[in-house]
Design a binder for this molecule. Structure first.
Ligand code: BG6
Length: 294
């Protein structure tokens, strides 16, 4: 995204040189660069950075519905709404030492209330840590004054940039159960070793460990995802046929991206009035040699 169409963005910078960009449209991180200026997230060269659709790449927020698991539009509406900056949010339980952060808030409009009739405040803090780590913390509060609970599913739909999808492996999901979106959301059990890629994949791994790693041999880089409050992990790559069918995605770009999404899908979250839910994801990108033996 090149800041086209007058969309406002916030740029976070950390003293050693890493940076991140956040669009108010979607509350979406669209860039995360390490201290050498290398882009760590995938964003399509065909991404359309204007409403009504979500920006293809970065970290779209799926709320109040993940995928087609419900009656709302695919992945809910938070990813194609305008968020606002909140200057003085209520204190966060764990305050980071980093000064490079931004607080965003989303509240439903009257139109939103027609499609999902629930009062909420969704606070999103995006922090760039001193070592260049990228933290996203979501706090969703039920602000109903009518005593109405609500239920939602959620995902941080992170598009990682990889050198070559055929050379990438994911560790931490071996032997887990998953729902296969390509087979009517049926439940299967992953067999064997670390996950590798040679065809389209669209799976929701259930009750995963809090740490998942993506090993990119060619780039000699490992992404580490740490998550809290988000039991599931979605793994998605559209491969060649689906890539061609997406207007905002280049035909060969599937080779250079992988979505691993910290999520709460299988067991939807219910909030009573006044209750708040918190879901957090922390991303780091480290040289592979650093990680060997972990
Ligand atoms: C993934 C889903 O999270 O997102 C896939 O599991 C979906 O089923 C993909 O195709 C992309 O969704 P969208 O709406 O951004 O094209």
């Amino acid at each position: 995204c090149n800041g086209v169409n007058g969309l406002e963005k916030v740029v976070l910078r950390e003293v050693r040189g890493s940076s991140a960009e956040v669009y108010l449209y979607g509350g979406q991180v669209t860039s995360w660069k390490n201290e050498h200026g290398e882009e760590l997230l995938f964003i399509s060269s065909k991404a359309i950075c204007k409403p009504p659709k979500a920006i293809r790449g970065g970290i779209p927020i799926c709320f109040p519905q993940f995928g087609s698991h419900g009656s709302l539009e695919q992945h809910g509406f938070a990813r194609n709404r305008f968020w606002t900056i909140e200057a003085e949010p209520p204190p966060f339980p764990t305050n980071s030492s980093s000064k490079a952060f931004v607080d965003l808030i989303l509240k439903p409009s009257e139109e939103d209330m027609k499609i999902w009739p629930h009062s909420f405040e969704f606070r999103l803090r995006i922090t760039l840590g001193p070592g260049g780590d990228l933290m996203l913390t979501s706090r969703i509060r039920n602000t109903s004054t009518e005593g109405k609970p609500f239920t939602f599913t959620f995902a941080y739909h992170t598009y990682f940039s990889v050198s070559d999808i055929s050379e990438v492996r994911v560790e931490g999901l071996e032997t887990l159960d998953y729902l296969d979106n390509l087979q009517n959301k049926e439940r299967f059990t992953e067999q064997g070793d670390a996950i590798t890629f040679e065809a389209e994949v669209d799976k929701v791994y259930l009750s995963t460990p809090t740490k998942i790693a993506i090993l990119d041999h060619e780039k000699k880089r490992t992404f580490v995802i740490r998550k809290d409050g988000l039991p599931d992990a979605v793994v998605w790559n559209p491969w060649d046929k689906k890539a061609k069918a997406m207007a905002d995605f280049g035909d060969d770009e599937y080779k250079h991206m992988l979505c691993v999404e910290a999520a709460a899908v299988e067991k939807p979250i219910t909030l009573k009035p006044g209750e708040e839910w918190r879901g957090r994801q922390e991303l780091s990108a480290v040289p592979s040699s650093y990680c060997s033996g972990q």
